[in-house]
Design a protein around this ligand. Sequence first.
Ligand SMILES: Cc1cc2nc3c(=O)[nH]c(=O)nc-3n(C[C@H](O)[C@H](O)[C@H](O)COP(=O)(O)OP(=O)(O)OC[C@H]3O[C@@H](n4cnc5c(N)ncnc54)[C@H](O)[C@@H]3O)c2cc1C
Length: 438
Amino acid sequence: MAEAAAPTTATRTVKRNGAAVAREIGADICVVGSGAAGYAAALEAARIGRKVVLVDGLPALGGQAVNSIIGTFCGLFSNGTHGYQFTHLVADDMLRALGEQENALYYRHGPHTTVVYYDEIALGRWIEKSVQAAGITPLLGAILRNVKVDGRRVQELEFATRYGDVKVKATGYVDASGDAALSWQAGFSCREPQQNRVFGTQMVVLENIDEANQPTREELSARLKEKGERYGLLRREGLAFVIPGRGVAAMNMTHVETPLDPLEASEKALLGKDQAERAVHFLQSEFPQCFGKARVRAYGFPGIRQTRWIVGRQQLSVDDVRNGTRFPDAVARTSWPVELHDHGSGHHWHVFPEDHVHYVPLGSLVPADGDNVVAAGRCIDADVAALSSVRVMGPCMAMGAAAAHALDLAGNGSVHQIDVAALQKRLTDNLDRTDKPW
Ligand SMILES: Cc1cc2nc3c(=O)[nH]c(=O)nc-3n(C[C@H](O)[C@H](O)[C@H](O)COP(=O)(O)OP(=O)(O)OC[C@H]3O[C@@H](n4cnc5c(N)ncnc54)[C@H](O)[C@@H]3O)c2cc1C
């Protein structure tokens, strides 16, 4: 019988000599932010053969879709109870893979549109495995802290991680940071809401709920209006939607400020949890049959809607959204309502007719000041109301795919001068397909 190997107890003494040296890596495309827009951009860029680095400030992939526990893909289907799918490519792979797992996806064919509930743990693992399988280099827990720019081209990004600094040099960059962090640090012009901030939300997952006795949305809304003040709730609407078959509910009932000042942001994040606790108390007391024994199983990271975004070559306006303008350089589409959370007690909600479609132009994704950066997701250029519609995850994924292809077509040239017809040909499924999966 072979002898067991002796345990390895040897150590070595280490000491840093001189200044820390940053790791340096290169890529064709570097994507900053791994939320719905960022993971779609990275996976699409890898699929067309580009070498990709995908960076996130969190030590996990998935952005808000996974880590803020959003729970529902919106804006992915046209209006009506059983509409067609607007966004394909990476979205198809994702829906197929999650659909094969028990209780990881649930299509809710509501009277207005189809939304897709998802299990955030399953989504997170699918993103991680897809990134690995695609050969993408992940760089996690890496905060962007400097952007080197030469004229209109970003040359290099510098990140700080707990294990030391990393520099990434790429031909093209996707700003999928949600807060336009890359464009801001590059010194490009950006926009912020002028007066009222757009509120975010502290999401909560509740367990021990009785699915069979859930209140209707109308009952919940009426009770919130009537009694919300008694429970100290700022927001007097919202929902706690039960995810069928999982025995849990996702609670979206708070309105929390999401400032860009680091100290204020930290303070508001904790206040958001106080608000969420009060909302849980409200549910337990007012709907005891369903929520009487509910317990908080998880708090998401702060849910952030709209903070800072780029100044693009074109700003998408709410009139374009209302009119369904199909731009000559359209790259994404949706029919999600205007959903503007601009006051503490509620939000503006403007639903469009069943045949309505509105589009996002490439001009809103490309910063006016840069040639090798494309924004995607909730930091593209749109007015406050228009952005409140196109920032949901269906169009975010479509914008991510468009960003990958735009940079691929630009190569060493400018994203402002690419062949738009060639780009749209690659994105045909996301612009023109209308077949129904039902
Ligand atoms: C409470 C709430 C509920 C919502 N409900 C829905 C819904 O039901 N359905 C729906 O489709 N949409 C919903 N939305 C909207 C949607 O979730 C977001 O707009 C969308 O997820 C944004 O995706 P994104 O990829 O643009 O950005 P994010 O998901 O915000 O990803 C940005 C990533 O960039 C990283 N990052 C930022 N700055 C830096 C930096 N300096 N350095 C390194 N990394 C950085 C962040 O860590 C983050 O992971 C909701 C939003 C909120 C807040």
